[in-house]
Design a protein around this ligand. Structure first.
Ligand code: ZN
Length: 914
C-alpha cells in the first residue's frame, strides 16, 4: 500500500521506497515474459524521474491521487489515452477517476513498455527500445532514465515537431553527453522549444536525480549515474582569500578517467598585471581525517617567475569544493591561497556546428563498434565532437542554434574557396561577437576548390582570426573509402568524425603528432611521435597505413596533448583569442563588493577616436560608492603619486607603464568624499618619461589604477583608436613631434627652456593651423607668456644663475583667446578635456583681469561658460565659472573710474615671436 496523505512528491517517493521497488520488480517480471533476454528493465530511478516530472499535486504541494492533468487525465500520474495499446486489457479509462494503486501499477507498466515495445522503425532503429541501446546511453542508468522521461514528454514524437521529424540523432548524442533538455531542443521545431516549460522539466529531473541519490546511497554503484569522489577541475580564489594575488586559477587533474596526475596554477599580481604560470607534477596524494593532501613539484614555469618562486605546492582539500593552496620555497611558506572549486572541468568551450545544405551525410555521432577494425578495449560510448573534448576535460556546450545554410543563392558554383570561407567566417563571428571566448565554429560543406584532397581546413590558416573555425568537406577524400575497404559506410563515418575532431584539435593549438617540435613548441609536450594513436595524427601516415592506425586507435588524444590542453598557459590553448601576450597585463576587474570606490577612465568625447598627432588626454573619475563619507589623500587623482596608467598598443609585445613627468610629494592631507560624490582629473597619457606611448595610428588599450588606503582600485580598460587619417604634412612632422621634449612641453603647458621642442610646436602651429594638435601646441607655447613667468638665467661669463621674471604678454593672450574661446572653442574643449580647457581659459581670463583688461576677462569667461553649458558639463562646474564671471562683472561696475589705469599697451606680436 502506498502512503500519500500530506506528502510532497519527494516525501511520497522516500516514504514508499520499498513499495515502489516491489511494484517495479512485478512490472519487470511481466515484461520479461513478453520480451525474453532482450528485456530492458524498468529501474527505480526511471520511475523517480518520471514521477517527479509528472505527478499531480494539490494547492498545498501534496501529491493528489485524484489530480487533473493538462489533457484531462485523472489520477496521481497521467496515463496516456492509448494506454490499452501499450498495456493491453485491464487498463482503466485515464479520464475517469480510478484507484491510486491501479494508476501507479499501470503507469509503471506503461514506462516499461516504452522501453521494450517496438512500435515502428525510424532511421534504422526500433522505436523506442533502440534509443536506450544507443552508445553512450546504454549502461548508464541516469541517462537511460532521463531518456525515458524524454520519451514520455514526447521529444521523440513527430507530432510535437512542426515540421517533423524529431531530431533523433542530435537528441541521442545530447543524452549521451548529459546535455540539458532546453539546450538540446533549442533551435529545433519542438513545440515548446525555448519556453520555460523545458527549464522547469529539467529542474524537476535534476532534483529527482539528486533526491534519488540521497535516498539510495548505493546508487553510486550505478555506473554513470552519480559522481564518485572527484576533486578535479578548476579552482579560483575564494572571497575570503587574503593572499596578495589579483587572481588565481588552479587546475587539478588527478581523479578523472584520463587523469594525468598534474596540477597547474596561473596567478596574476600587480599593475599592470603580470602573470605567472606553474605546472606541477603530483608526487603525493594522501588523506587523513577528512582532509586530502596533495603535494606537487613545479616542472615548468612560464611568465614572470618572480611572482612565485617556489619549489613545492601543497594543496589541502577540505571537501565541499574548498581547498587551501600553499606555495613553498624550501621550508618557508611563500603564500597561502584560499580556493573554491569553480568547475569540475578545466575550461568551458562552446562549439557551433552548421551545415551547408549540399554537404552530404554529415556524421555527428560515430558508433566505434560499427567498424570491425578496432581495438578490443574501446569505450562503449559513441564518438562525437562533444564527447572527445568532454573526455579531454572540457565543459563542452554545443550551441543549440544549429542551422542548415541554403546554397540556392550560390548559383551553380557550390565549391568553396579560401576567400569565401574567410568571409563566411567573418560574417559568422560578427553575428555572434558576444559569444564565449572559448568558441569554435564548425561548418560542414561539400567541397573546396583545392579538390577532394582537402578534407578539412582551419580558418586560422586564412588569416588572423580572433575566433576560430573549421570547415569539413564531406565530398572530399574522407568520404572515399579505399577500394579494398570492406565496410565503406562505417569507414566514411569514422573518417568524417576523425577529421572534425582533428581540425578542432588544431583550434586548441595542438600540432600534428609529427610536428610537435616545430615552431616554438611548448617545452613539456614537444616530442614528435610519428606513430601516435591520436586524433592529431594522420591515420595514413603511420606504419601499416590507416588500417594499422584504426586497429588500435581508441578515439582519444595523446597524454601529451591532454597535458597541453589542460595545463599549458591558457592563452596558448584558448582558441579565439588572443595570441600570447595580447591582453598585455590589463585586466578586467570585477567590481569587488566592499570596495568603497569606483574608478573610471573615459575620453572627453562621444567616440573613442583621436586624430594622428593629437595628444591624448583622458579623464579619471573616482566615485565614492559606499554609503558613508570616505577620506582620500587630497592629491588622490594627481599625476605621479597614487595613480598609475598602463598603455598597450594592440599588436605590440609589451604593455608600457605611463611614467609621469612629475612626481609630486605633498604633505599627506585627507579630503572627504561624500557618498556618491566623484572626483575628477585629466591625465595626458600620450607621452611619458622615455618617450611617447601613443605615437602611431591604431588601437590602444588604456587602464588606470589608483592606489591609496591600502587598496588598489582598477579602472575599466578603455580602448581608443588613433586615426591614420592626417595630412602628408602631419605625417612628415611625426618624427620630430614624437620626441620626449615635446611631450614635456605639452605636459607642463610650457617649457621655454626646451628650445628645440618649442621650435617643433611653432612649426605645428604654422603648418597645421586647423588641427587639434595645434591647440595643444598653442597652449604649450603661450602658457609661459600669458603669465608672469620665472626663469633661471645664466650669465654669459659666470656659472651663476639668477631668476628672471617675465611679464605676461597680452598680445599673446589675445591670440590664445582667439583660438581657445572664439575660433576653436568646441575643438579645444574636446581635445584638451573639460578640466584642462577650463583651467587654461580661466587662467587666461585671470591674466586679462590682473592687467586691468576686464572687458577681455569678461568676454573670455563668458565664452567659457557658454562652452561648458553647451557641452553638458556638471552644473556645479558651470556655476563655479559663472561666479567667477560675476566677480569680473562686479569689478568692472565698481571700478569703472579706474578703468584703463592698469591697461597695458597692446602690441601686435605673434606668439611665436618670443
Ligand atoms: Zn591537421
Amino acid at each position: 500500500m502506498f502512503e500519500y496523505r500530506n506528502l510532497t512528491k519527494n516525501e511520497f517517493l522516500a516514504r514508499n521506497l520499498t513499495t515502489i521497488e516491489e511494484m517495479i520488480s512485478q512490472t519487470n517480471t511481466q515484461l520479461s515474459a513478453e520480451n525474453g533476454p532482450r528485456l530492458q528493465p524498468l529501474t527505480p530511478l526511471d520511475f523517480w524521474l518520471v514521477f517527479q516530472a509528472e505527478a499531480a499535486i494539490d494547492r498545498h504541494g501534496h501529491v493528489d491521487p485524484d489530480g487533473q492533468h493538462s489533457l484531462g487525465e485523472r489520477g496521481i500520474l497521467p496515463l496516456p489515452s492509448n494506454v490499452e495499446f501499450w498495456n493491453g486489457p485491464g487498463a482503466p479509462d485515464p479520464h475517469r477517476p480510478h484507484p491510486m494503486e491501479l494508476n501507479l501499477h499501470q503507469y509503471a507498466l506503461y514506462l516499461g513498455q516504452l522501453k521494450n515495445k517496438v512500435v515502428r522503425q525510424r532511421n534504422g532503429r526500433d522505436v523506442y527500445p533502440d534509443l536506450f541501446r544507443h552508445p553512450g546511453i546504454e549502461g548508464h542508468p541516469a541517462r537511460m532514465a532521463k531518456l525515458l522521461a524524454g520519451v514520455v514528454h514526447g521529444y521523440f514524437f513527430g507530432g510535437n515537431y512542426r515540421p517533423g521529424p524529431p531530431p533523433d540523432n542530435a537528441l541521442l548524442s545530447g543524452y549521451a553527453s548529459d546535455r540539458t533538455v532546453p539546450d538540446m531542443l533549442r533551435g529545433t521545431t519542438y513545440v515548446h522549444a525555448g519556453s520555460t516549460i523545458l527549464e522547469n522539466r529539467q529542474r524537476n529531473i535534476d532534483e529527482a536525480l539528486a533526491h534519488f541519490g540521497a535516498h539510495n546511497p548505493d546508487g553510486a554503484a550505478l555506473p554513470g549515474s552519480f559522481e564518485v569522489t572527484n576533486d578535479d577541475g578548476r579552482y579560483i580564489l575564494a572571497p575570503e582569500d587574503a593572499s596578495s594575488f589579483g587572481s588565481a586559477q588552479l587546475r587539478l587533474d588527478v581523479d578523472g578517467p584520463q587523469s594525468l596526475r598534474y596540477l597547474s596554477l596561473e596567478v596574476t599580481a600587480g599593475f599592470p598585471r603580470t602573470l605567472s604560470h606553474v605546472i606541477g607534477q603530483i608526487l603525493e596524494d594522501t588523506r587523513s581525517q577528512g582532509l586530502r593532501r596533495i603535494r606537487a613539484v613545479p616542472v615548468h614555469q612560464h611568465g614572470s617567475s618572480w611572482i612565485v618562486q617556489i619549489d613545492v605546492v601543497v594543496l589541502e582539500i577540505e571537501g565541499a569544493g574548498r581547498a587551501t593552496l600553499q606555495l613553498r620555497r624550501g621550508a618557508a611558506s611563500i603564500a597561502e591561497l584560499a580556493l573554491i572549486r569553480e568547475s569540475m572541468h578545466f575550461d568551458d568551450v562552446e562549439f557551433e556546428v552548421d551545415m551547408v545544405d549540399n554537404a552530404s551525410r554529415v556524421t555527428e555521432v560515430y558508433d566505434p563498434q560499427s567498424h570491425p577494425n578496432r581495438p578490443s578495449a574501446l569505450p562503449a560510448s559513441a564518438v562525437s565532437i562533444e564527447r572527445a573534448f568532454h573526455d579531454a576535460g572540457f565543459n563542452v556546450r554545443m550551441s543549440g542554434e544549429r542551422s542548415v545554410i541554403p546554397v540556392q543563392d550560390a548559383g551553380a558554383d557550390v565549391i568553396w574557396n579560401d576567400m569565401e570561407l574567410h568571409n563566411a567566417m567573418q560574417t559568422y563571428w560578427s553575428r555572434f561577437s558576444n559569444r564565449a571566448q572559448w568558441g569554435m565554429w564548425v561548418i560542414y560543406a561539400a567541397l573546396h576548390e583545392r579538390g577532394t584532397g582537402l578534407g578539412g581546413i582551419m580558418f586560422d590558416t586564412l588569416g588572423q582570426q580572433h575566433r576560430q573555425g573549421t570547415a569539413i568537406f564531406t565530398n572530399s577524400f574522407i568520404s572515399e573509402a579505399p577500394p579494398e575497404e570492406m565496410h565503406p559506410e562505417p569507414w566514411r563515418r569514422r573518417m568524417q568524425i576523425w577529421t572534425a575532431i582533428h581540425e578542432i584539435g588544431h583550434g586548441f593549438n595542438l600540432a600534428h603528432s609529427w610536428q610537435k617540435e616545430a615552431g616554438i613548441p611548448f617545452p613539456l609536450t614537444a616530442q614528435n611521435d610519428h606513430e601516435a594513436r591520436s586524433f592529431m595524427n594522420y591515420p595514413y601516415y603511420v606504419q601499416g597505413g590507416q588500417s594499422a592506425f584504426f586497429s588500435d586507435f581508441e578515439f582519444r588524444f595523446s597524454e601529451k596533448e591532454l597535458l597541453f590542453m589542460r595545463h599549458a598557459p591558457r592563452d596558448f590553448v584558448r582558441m579565439g583569442g588572443a595570441m600570447w601576450g595580447q591582453d598585455h597585463g590589463l585586466r578586467q576587474e570585477p567590481e569587488k563588493p566592499g570596495h568603497a570606490f569606483r574608478l573610471e577612465l573615459r575620453p572627453n568625447r562621444e567616440t573613442n577616436m583621436f586624430h594622428f598627432l593629437e595628444p591624448v588626454h583622458l579623464e579619471l573619475k573616482l566615485t565614492n560608492t559606499s554609503p558613508v563619507v570616505q577620506e582620500v589623500p587630497f592629491d588622490v587623482l594627481d599625476e605621479g603619486h597614487h595613480v598609475s596608467i598602463a598603455v598597450a598598443r594592440e599588436g605590440a609585445e609589451l604593455t608600457r607603464r605611463h611614467r609621469p613627468f612629475r612626481s609630486a610629494c605633498y604633505k599627506s592631507q585627507p579630503k572627504s568624499v561624500t557618498p556618491g560624490q566623484s572626483l575628477y582629473a585629466t591625465h595626458f597619457v600620450s607621452a611619458s618619461v622615455g618617450g611617447w606611448l601613443i605615437d602611431e595610428p591604431g588601437f590602444y588599450a588604456v587602464q588606470a589604477a589608483a592606489c591609496f588606503g591600502g587598496e588598489t582600485y582598477i579602472s575599466n580598460i578603455l580602448r581608443i583608436y588613433v586615426s591614420p587619417d592626417a595630412s602628408p604634412e602631419a605625417h612628415r612632422m611625426a618624427s620630430e613631434f614624437f620626441d620626449e621634449g615635446v611631450g614635456r612641453v605639452l605636459s607642463f603647458q610650457g617649457a621655454p627652456a626646451l628650445e628645440k621642442a618649442n621650435d617643433v610646436l611653432r612649426e605645428v602651429v604654422d603648418r597645421l593651423p586647423e588641427t587639434r594638435v595645434a591647440q595643444h601646441a598653442l597652449l604649450g607655447l603661450a602658457g609661459p607668456q600669458v603669465q608672469t613667468f620665472k626663469q633661471l638665467k645664466g650669465d654669459e661669463n659666470s656659472a651663476r644663475l639668477r631668476i628672471v621674471a617675465t611679464e605676461a604678454d597680452l598680445s599673446c593672450a589675445e591670440e590664445l583667446q582667439a583660438n581657445l574661446v572664439d575660433k576653436h572653442a568646441e575643438t579645444s574643449a574636446e581635445t584638451l578635456g573639460h578640466i584642462q580647457y577650463r583651467s587654461s581659459v580661466e587662467r587666461l581670463a585671470g591674466t586679462f583681469a590682473e592687467h586691468g583688461d576686464l572687458d577681455s576677462a569678461i568676454s573670455v569667461q563668458e565664452g567659457l561658460v557658454d562652452v561648458l553649458k553647451r557641452r553638458d558639463v556638471l552644473d556645479r562646474v558651470v556655476q563655479d565659472s559663472q561666479s567667477t564671471l560675476w566677480v569680473y562683472e562686479t569689478l568692472k561696475k565698481g571700478g569703472s573710474e579706474n578703468a584703463g589705469r592698469k591697461r597695458v599697451n597692446k602690441r601686435k606680436t605673434k606668439i611665436r615671436g618670443h
